[in-house]
Write a protein that binds this ligand. Structure first.
Ligand code: NAP
Length: 418
């Protein structure tokens, strides 16, 4: 949920009192925390340090409106402390706790007060908005310093308050759908998308982008939010307060992408709702990385996250294997040519048929070109007069047993071709 706060300094814009000079100021009003905890650690002060321009590409922004996100509430309780301190102080030379007094608030809309010498695209008095990276001081203050590439001009059609409700949550939704999910306005038309937790901040932006791009959108949310979701254009709503959602969701046609804003046990059942063997994606915003790093430190936290993510990915692959046309082949013993050919015959060929792949036969080999494929493919090319019998991608050692298959094929084809 996004809460917008509006500073009474907004009125300064409308009079001659507005000044872009910050040079004589050393302190400013802000909400700060001096340690992690519950709401009672929040403290209002008129004496927070005035931000300074450290790098020539930075600007000082006078805050007109600020936004709060769930991450601010979590950060107040210590979420991300280890990860953010690594980002703020990569060489670990400062004392622990040097982030305090910490200013929260990840969204800002305001006016540039001062520009560093290298700032090219902005000038003093420009109206700008930004999503503030979590390792920087936030917007619950009168001023905030940001680099030129973290801000952009605020759309004129939005008030400062409206603008401050958008950047962090909208860029999160964009990053999940576009950067990670590979979706865009050009490839959404026939796609079926499921958003778990569709009525929250991320969900509502995701719905609007997807509907603008022509996707079919199903969401889970509470009954209270159903009407709201439908007004945003959602095609199908499943009420999570009416009971487990797995059952009603699994009765629906499968999805091309699932955006998970909820977490918990979703990763256990949601991947089975994806279309198998089509490159369908499960994108989750509930990542264990930051929590693991806070709890276990950087090295162990990253290791633990890698293990968790790998286990999740494996579960997804297993789920697809069991439901899709392919089957997981467990090899008991040595991988020899005969075993490999059995896998091709019993697994790959039926999958190719089930998936209705257009090419009749493509064998893609992740192997080094030094392997004996050339003579085999040349022989096949001569024999069949076509070039797409065999394909080879080089340099991965993953499938070295395939070498034996090349040898066998080569032998057989040499015999046939004379
Ligand atoms: N906001 C951001 O900018 C941001 C940035 C990075 C990561 N994230 C992460 O993304 C996730 C979502 O963030 P948000 O800002 O969208 O949160 P939010 O505004 O609190 O929304 C949460 C959503 O989840 C729904 N929900 C809650 N419990 C559910 C359940 N058991 N089953 C199905 N739906 C359930 C809520 O539905 P009802 O309201 O209808 O009950 C609501 O739609 C969080 O994990 C957050 O940490 C958010």
């Amino acid at each position: 949920l996004l809460i917008c706060l509006r500073w009474d300094i907004i009125k300064l814009l409308h009079g001659t009192q507005f000044s872009t000079s910050s040079r004589c100021m050393t302190v400013m009003p802000a909400w700060v925390i001096d340690k992690y905890g519950s709401n009672d650690v929040l403290r209002f002060t008129k004496n927070a340090s005035f931000p300074v321009i450290d790098y020539p590409n930075e600007v000082i922004v006078k805050v007109f409106a600020a936004g709060l996100n769930p991450i601010d509430v979590s950060m107040r309780g210590g979420y991300g402390a280890a990860t953010m301190s690594m980002k703020r102080d990569p060489l670990n030379i400062k004392q622990s706790g040097n982030e305090f007094p910490l200013i929260l608030g990840r969204d800002v809309s305001g006016v540039i007060m001062e520009c560093g010498l290298d700032v090219k695209y902005f000038r003093e008095r420009d109206e700008v908005w930004a999503a503030i990276p979590p390792w920087k001081q936030g917007s619950l203050a009168e001023f905030v310093v940001l680099s030129g590439n973290e801000i952009s001009h605020k759309p004129k059609s939005l008030s400062h308050t409206e603008a401050a409700a958008i950047p962090y949550v909208a860029t999160t939704a964009w990053s999940a759908l576009v950067n990670t999910g590979g979706l865009s306005k050009d490839n959404c038309a026939k796609k079926r998308i499921l958003i778990l937790g569709g009525s929250g901040g991320v969900g509502t932006f995701a719905i609007q982008m997807l509907k603008a791009w022509g996707a079919h959108v199903t969401v889970t949310c509470s009954q209270n939010a159903e009407q709201f979701a439908r007004e945003l254009g959602v095609d199908h709503v499943v009420d999570y307060t009416a009971g487990p959602v797995e059952e009603p969701l699994s009765a629906l046609e499968k999805f091309d992408l699932i955006l998970d804003n909820v977490g918990g046990d979703t990763e256990g059942w949601a991947p089975s709702l994806l279309k198998p063997w089509t490159g369908a994606k499960f994108v989750t915003l509930v990542t264990p990385f930051i929590e693991n790093t806070d709890r276990l430190g950087i090295a162990d936290g990253m290791m633990k996250t890698a293990t968790t993510v790998a286990t999740r990915a494996l579960k997804v692959i297993m789920a697809e294997q069991h439901r899709g046309p392919g089957q997981l082949a467990v090899i008991d013993g040595t991988m020899i040519s005969a075993v490999y050919q059995k896998i091709l015959k019993e697994n790959v060929r039926p999958s190719v048929r089930d998936l209705k792949l257009k090419r009749t036969w493509v064998l893609q080999q992740d192997n080094d070109p030094k392997y004996t494929r050339r003579s085999t493919s040349e022989c096949l090319r001569k024999k069949t007069k076509q070039n797409e019998g065999l394909e080879c991608r080089s340099q991965s050692p993953d499938l070295s047993p395939i070498e034996m298959l090349w040898r066998d094929l080569n032998k057989a084809q040499t015999l046939q071709c004379g």
